[in-house]
Design a protein around this ligand. Sequence first.
Ligand code: ZN
Ligand code: ZN
Length: 137
Amino acid sequence: MGTAIEYSCIKCNKSYQLKTGHGMFGIFEIDDLILYTSNKKEKALLTRLQTRYNGKLKDVPGYNIYECSKCNTLHSRLEYQISYNRNDTYIKNQVCSKCNSILIKLPEDKSIDFTQYNCKKCNDKTIDELFSFTMWD
Ligand SMILES: [Zn+2]
Ligand SMILES: [Zn+2]
């Protein structure tokens, strides 16, 4: 079970959802992850790691919250690590869907001040200070 934080913009009313945690989507092996991944390039890379380099998932993947320091927005991304070639580790670079910059992962225990971030639509600091939590699975 994972938690989702929902927040919205007071200017354009768009609401956003940030997923955290592991949920019940059942990714325990690299095969599950390959099935779950919709990005074709990523899928091909994972398949190559698995078949050619004996790639295996290090932990159960989970969603984490990331920030983009360039456009000042929040994102949630599935984080995973693949160990391959005995001692190598592949960690995916998480990229901002808005400006393509590399995202920075926020510490899991950090409380987020949503009002400090920009709305992805308005590009303005117009996020409502009220937010809510829901569960997802
Ligand atoms: Zn907005
Ligand atoms: Zn960005």
